[in-house]
Write a protein that binds this ligand. Structure first.
Ligand code: ADP
Ligand code: MG
Length: 257
């Protein structure tokens, strides 16, 4: 059975897409069959996987409205995983879904139809709790929360955890927080270390051991249409995402046992 994880945080620019793309590539490098689902109309995860969002024949939009199967619009990325791509067309789905039956569980049904094809499915969400994000939450077994160790991070986290609880109660009793991932971490900043310590105190082993450092190679990679771990595997940021992939595989195996 595939393990389906949604990478979520209602804030923009916190590293969701960077995490999804690099984790997908890291899991592929670790030998896992992986599908990345781009649920953001900006299509950054699509482009960052080397797939041109402007020349798509089909996207996750057709899948959500029931006009295509995921297997028929998925594309293979040179980085070793498949991508269910997105572009601006997806912005329209927000409105169209409202008129459709089972509007929250359309992605869930579409991913169930992929059967045993993947070990991992990762869903990249837009910032905000929209109908698209709700589809991501309803389709997933767990949430991975990337966060920067800043002053307001804990406040935002409380909102997100409440949202996840509401989705759990109303739509998807399988949903749980898999873990919090500290990203863009700068160990020279005192506040970052303080917030990081607070996270460990409050959330214990829900905080992933791996910390993703701020690293310019990760930010440069998308302009080459590659995940950082493929673009420059030896950089500090890439090594961290590879370690994170291994940690997630280990955590998932202990969850299932
Ligand atoms: P989101 O998807 O949450 O909006 P992104 O993954 O697009 O966030 O990241 C926002 C910006 O920060 C991007 O320009 C990205 O390249 C950069 N970025 C993300 N993670 C890192 C990192 N660890 N080090 C340096 N830059 C990063
Ligand atoms: Mg993004």
């Amino acid at each position: 059975m595939s393990r389906i994880f949604v990478i979520a945080n209602q804030k923009g620019g916190v590293g969701k897409t960077t995490t999804t793309v690099n984790l997908a590539a890291a899991l592929a490098m670790h030998g896992k069959r992986t599908l990345l689902v781009d649920l953001d109309p900006q299509g950054n995860a699509t482009m960052g996987s080397g797939i041109n969002k402007r020349t798509l024949e089909g996207s996750v939009y057709q899948v959500l409205i029931g006009a295509a199967a995921a297997a028929n619009v998925s594309r293979h990325s040179d980085a070793g995983y498949d991508v269910l791509p997105a572009n601006r067309e997806l912005a329209g789905a927000e409105v169209e879904l409202v008129g459709l039956e089972n509007r929250e569980t359309r992605l869930k049904q579409a991913l169930e139809a992929t059967g045993d094809a993947y070990d991992f499915i990762l869903i990249d969400c837009p910032p905000s709790l929209s109908m698209l994000t709700l589809n991501g939450f309803c389709a997933a077994h767990g949430v991975i929360i990337p966060m920067q160790c800043e002053y307001y991070a804990l406040e935002g986290l409380a909102d997100l955890v409440n949202t996840i609880k509401r989705v759990h109660a109303n739509f998807n009793t399988n949903l749980r927080v898999i873990g919090l991932l500290r990203v863009m971490f700068d160990a020279r900043v005192t506040l970052a270390n303080q917030v990081s310590a607070q996270l460990e105190q409050h959330f214990g082993d829900k905080v992933f051991r791996t910390v993703i450092p701020r690293n310019v190679r990760l930010a440069e990679a998308p302009s080459y249409g590659k995940p950082g771990v493929v673009f420059d595997p030896s950089s500090k940021g890439s090594r961290a995402y590879l370690a994170f992939g291994a940690e997630l595989i280990e955590r998932v195996e202990t969850l299932i046992r």
